[in-house]
Design a protein around this ligand. Structure first.
Ligand code: ADP
Length: 244
């Protein structure tokens, strides 16, 4: 525990977390697709106070033609935190963290996008964090998966992500910023459950083998629920023209 949070109890005597959640409970989740008319696909994903917007453009011919590949589309991802997304105004200049997270999110999506269908094109994914309260990389993956599907990009399966953590010795689902900064471990995971693939797996902190197994099981079960919700969101976003 950091000095900043010394003495803070993250699990109370009833076994509940600082915001009243049980250890295996997600924050309230909301998903919407087609939120931007200028993008080919878009999505807004909210999990608690974390709010992330994703916009997809393409497949299209990239302005820098030398970046094209002869046999498949290039997937390009930019993760960015809006300057107003955090309590302390964040510098708008791309940070090392944003460059790293752009790569992490791209690698979480690449295994499912059927890029061979669109040679010599680029698919651009913009992940914009509107409000940050922990778990923005995994929220970014979930929002991007929805936006890619909304853009009609063929995928082997939908992807979702969640961060599992350890606070006061307890494994907890969907850590927020306080739990992330004051807790003992943070394990962001993303997966495409329909094809049995984990596409993002990071661990910050130390977990025993048993805790790791519990954390992964908890994360994957939540990811299955999030992917089901993505499917429902994509189904219900279909509008039927009157008279058809
Ligand atoms: P993730 O958002 O995927 O959990 P981190 O573990 O790096 O990634 O960040 C944890 C949380 O810390 C973020 O969700 C955000 O709430 C906060 N945070 C990260 N970077 C900044 C920043 N530059 N300024 C303020 N808060 C930040």
């Amino acid at each position: 525990m950091t000095v900043k949070h010394a003495g803070l109890r993250l699990i109370d005597e009833k076994g509940l977390r600082h915001d009243g959640r049980r250890p295996d409970e997600l924050r309230p989740v909301a998903m919407r697709v087609g939120v931007l008319s200028n993008a080919d696909g878009s999505a807004l994903f909210e999990i608690g106070k974390t709010k992330v917007l994703a916009a997809v453009y393409g497949p299209r011919e990239p302005p820098q033609r030398h970046t094209m590949l002869p046999d498949r589309a290039v997937l390009r991802v930019r993760y960015h935190m809006a300057p107003f997304s955090t309590m302390d105004r964040k510098s708008p200049a791309p940070s090392r963290r944003e460059i790293e997270l752009s790569k992490v999110i791209r690698e979480a999506l690449e295994p499912v996008v059927i890029a061979e269908l669109y040679p010599r094109t680029a698919i651009d994914v913009f992940v914009e964090v509107l409000q940050a309260d922990g778990g923005t990389r995994t929220a970014g993956v979930t929002a991007a998966s929805l936006a890619l599907a909304d853009a009609g990009i063929p995928m082997k399966g939908l992807v979702a992500g969640v961060a599992v953590g350890k606070v006061d010795g307890v494994i907890v689902l969907d850590v927020d910023e306080l739990e992330d900064s004051a807790g003992e471990a943070d394990l962001p995971i993303a997966a495409a459950p329909d094809i049995g693939l984990i596409t993002l797996f990071q661990l910050n902190g130390v977990l025993s083998r048993q805790e790791l197994e519990e954390a992964v099981e908890m994360g994957l079960s939540a990811i299955r629920r999030l992917v089901d919700m993505e499917k429902e969101t994509l189904r219900s976003s279909v509008t039927v023209m009157p008279g058809e």
